[in-house]
Ligand binder design. Sequence first.
Ligand code: GCV
Length: 714
Amino acid sequence: MKKAVLLFYCLFLSFVVFAEDGYQLWLRYYLIDNKNLLEQYRAAITGIQINGNTPGLEAAKEEIITGLSGLLGKKIPLQKEFTTGTLLIGTPASSNQIKSLSLPQLQKTGDEGFSITTLKRNGKNIIAIAANTDAGVLYGVFHFLRLLQTHQGIQNLSIVSVPKVRNRILNHWDNLDRTVERGYAGFSIWDWHKLPDYIDPRYKDYARANASIGINGTVLTNVNANALVLTPQYLEKVAALASIFRPYGIKVYLTARFSAPVEIGGLKTADPLDHQVQQWWKDKAKEIYQYIPDFGGFLVKANSEGQPGPQNYGRNHAEGANMLADALAPYKGIVMWRAFVYSGETPEDRFKQAYSEFKPLDGKFRPNVMVQVKNGPIDFQPREPFHPLFGAMPQTPLMMEFQLTQEYLGQGTNLVYEAPMFKEVLDADTYAKGKGSTVANVIDGRLDGHTLTGMAAVSNIGTDRNWTGHLFGQANWYALGRLAWDHTLTSEKIADEWVRQTFSNNTTLLNSIKSIMLSSHEAMVNYMTPLGLHHIMGYSHHYGPAPWWDKAPRADWNPVYFHKADSLGIGFDRTSKGSNALAQYTPEVRKRFEDISTCPEEYLLWFHHVSWKYKMKSGRTLWEEMCYKYNEGVKAVRAMQAQWAGMEKAIDKERFEHVKMLLNIQEKEAVWWRDACLLYFQTFSKMPIPAQYEQPAHTLEYYESLKFPNAPGI
Ligand code: GCV
């Protein structure tokens, strides 16, 4: 009887521990399933030598022990002596052994980089994971574990890795009541009510996951900010989170509501040039640093979409940002001031407004201010040209803002691997200082000699067991970290790493999942917004198609403002004959987009109002091409479904079914987007949907009648 109970208990435990619900992310550390490789690894790693007991080194030690015992299926002992196969880990300060190696590469690794080197010590082959700081050591440990997880050879290692960007940050749009703006993975993981006394184990796993991909900062709160988070009641809670994240090299940041001096400070104004207001922020900064000595700083959305800002007092963005920067400067804090501004009262093309406001302020910001710019000029659309501010403010460090949460990319149900979209922008050439002035080189500081650099992304994390709602959302979180560390990595390489760690190293499976991922972004662009269409989604909740919508309280929230379809054609003329937004780019970029014959077709309707009968490169008319692209999008999703179905036997049931059901939803939504958009645009083109394509199952009136008052994420 006892035995049976024990057996049941063991079975239950193994189910709990090994259930493939996605919680473990890419840090699964399962036994290496290739026998030869396992033997090689076991022979090459026989002991761990890691001295020092700082929280950072303790975290590194715990991770390497956990990782190796899982991957190698046995406990690797901690050692004081060297044997063949010792893994020597540390900094010159923590380890005399590391110090005595005098590794020349540590001169290049700075305060976050690391080296992993195969060496001979006392006649024995050892591997040294070395860095100048605890954070560097931790990054090195995670990198080493990744080599094993992805089945790489570990003979003759000579790796030196240094992040290209200094601040690698997640922006949580999380509210204090735990709702998440544009969140599709449950509620906020920050349990404010129970903090600071209740520490959810997730906080540590969150920190581990971020550290494993090099993310070193987290903005805990929504940019549509609540001043309450700056009160002692909440600062105590923030401090508790900061102490969990600190060993993992992660700093916390908060969003600063510009009107906080009025709302929680009792002042009559929040004017940045008012001495009392300035003093209030200085005192607030001092107070924050008493709670959190390594507080990172503020992220600010000001004078945008109803948020208060310096313009309420007739001041400009630099005056607002500088006031906060002065308050943070004594503690080395930074301000990330967002350039996502546009005003309902301004008749200027929304595309142009951020540039118009910020370009004249170049050189006017304090050295500890970064201007955080969204990847494109409108708002995280499926495909946007790069933001014209990149390359246009050489005296100001510009920070990239991507969006992981798929607000406009199918929200919680569509499989869209975002790395190709991020790369498209990072690799775009601004020509700011001649050919090769890529967006990546603007934000990594190389182009204009900035050392304060950063890349951020709006988080897609929530309380769902698998963190991101859609399992493949994890790949986007992963990709952000990897690209912020090294923007030269390819989308393919990042997908490869993620699939190997998350699913399997089996080549057939690997290639199949990768091919789904790598085709997914283009598929989505095709079934939602092909040929440069943008901002044609449902009003406010942004769910599904609504190109017909024209009832928003401001013109530039209406799809009709963006596509401008009429009997002649479709698209927003941003050439010199139209809004002339193209003048905000350098002449080389402008020229290419301005000339319809050189404008890449994927950006066509971003910049041109094009006749329905315009001949595309394919020989089809624009209308036919649109029908073709929408159908290609649907076709690609069906191909993804078929590919996934073919992997049923190779993937655990739980994750297989999860993705399969979501792909079914994605297919339905792709068809919905295609049919609703084609029927609507057809009212202008007056041309038939060619007979070779599936015809819409419903009328346009049907699609227009659909309502989603409870869509998530609002
Ligand atoms: C946080 C878009 C989103 C808003 C978001 C805003 C921003 O407009 O729909 O939810 O607000 O971007 O980036 O500030």
